[in-house]
Design a protein around this ligand. Structure first.
Ligand SMILES: [Ca+2]
Ligand SMILES: [Ca+2]
Ligand SMILES: [Ca+2]
Ligand SMILES: [Ca+2]
Length: 171
């Protein structure tokens, strides 16, 4: 168990290093899914903050567009409400990113990146019920946001397609 924890901590340390390097160049100017405290890293602090937000719901403007606040970016499973599952997904990402099981692109969390993930991102992008319960989509928005900007959009699905087709070998 101790060995596992040590491995986990070192994987997390690697992840923090990997994630913090580009961010020091000013990339933290945007939010991304899972980075609730907006410091450019998706880490255990974000998971803790997500737990503090449990029960809060994504709010919508009169136009129907969501308010892009910390709750919006904490709702990484896109069901419109913050639950422990969102916090767990953030913590899981932090634990495995940088390791051999890089989760980026595995949008449906089945362990592989393939066309099913591309289809899921496309369905999310074309859904008018984004971040609302009832959209029926089981999606991991951290894993979907492969270009690590502030949105999950067609660029992400194109990159995931290229990865699935082995045109690119990393995100
Ligand atoms: Ca953060
Ligand atoms: Ca949620
Ligand atoms: Ca998958
Ligand atoms: Ca993106």
């Amino acid at each position: 168990m101790k060995k596992f924890v040590t491995k986990l901590v070192s994987a997390a340390a690697v992840a923090a290093t990997l994630l913090s390097v580009p961010m020091s160049a000013g990339a933290a100017s945007h939010y991304q899914y899972g980075d609730i405290d907006h410091d450019g890293c998706i880490d255990s602090a974000d998971a803790s903050q997500a737990l503090c937000l449990v029960g809060q719901t994504v709010t919508f403007k009169s136009t129907g567009k969501p308010v892009k606040n910390e709750v919006y970016y904490a709702d990484v499973d896109g069901d419109g409400v913050i639950t422990k599952k969102d916090a767990q997904m953030i913590l899981h990402y932090y634990a495995v990113i940088g390791g051999e099981q890089n989760p980026l692109g595995d949008v449906n969390e089945d362990g592989t990146v393939n066309v099913a993930d591309v289809i899921l991102v496309n369905r999310w992008n074309s859904s008018d019920k984004k971040h609302k319960s009832g959209n029926g989509l089981k999606i991991n928005l951290i894993n979907a946001n492969v270009d690590r900007n502030s949105v999950v959009d067609d660029n992400d699905s194109e990159l995931i397609m290229e990865y699935a087709l082995e045109i690119i070998d990393e995100f």
